[in-house]
Design a protein. Structure first.
Length: 156
């Protein structure tokens, strides 16, 4: 439907043509609602905007280092870690930080599916060469895996 130079909806709401260009809307963080509290339908008072478009999570896993640069709000370049095998692990007792290889993902309490698949998110427990560590950074947003040692391996 073309009205005032705008093409409003195409392909059941997945693509929106506006004065800002074509917007992919598979993930959308807008405030428009489909129904009123009474159950009646609401009419859209405007089109979806580019700044409301979201993105899918990075779901970082173990593997060869692979990153993706994504433009964020305000032109900020966000680096998403897709796969990585190294983490910057800090020992809270000595205060020293060391880049070590991740052996495996022990536990991820964020999501049962992430736990099964070995996805690394903030709060996930990973096994490194220094011992057991908890991830403190957000790999999908920060572009790096930082962790704090929570259990040290005994060296004999």
């Amino acid at each position: 439907m073309i009205l005032n130079g705008y093409v409003y909806i195409e392909n059941a709401g997945f693509k929106v043509h506006t004065h800002q260009g074509v917007i992919e809307m598979s993930v959308w963080h807008g405030t428009l609602r489909k129904r009123k509290l009474s159950g009646g339908k609401k009419r859209a008072y405007r089109v979806k905007r580019k700044f409301e478009a979201g993105s899918f999570p990075a779901e970082t896993t173990l593997g060869e280092p692979k990153r993706r640069r994504v433009r964020g709000y305000g032109g900020k370049m966000k680096i998403k870690v897709l796969t990585d095998k190294y983490a910057s692990v800090t020992d809270p007792k000595s205060g020293k930080t060391e880049k070590t290889e991740i052996t495996r993902v022990v536990k991820n309490r964020a999501n049962l599916d992430y736990n099964r698949r070995g996805v690394i998110t903030k709060g996930a427990e990973i096994e490194t060469g220094l011992g057991l560590a908890r991830v403190t950074s957000r790999p999908g947003s920060d572009g790096i895996i930082n962790a704090v040692l929570i259990g040290k391996e005994e060296k004999s």
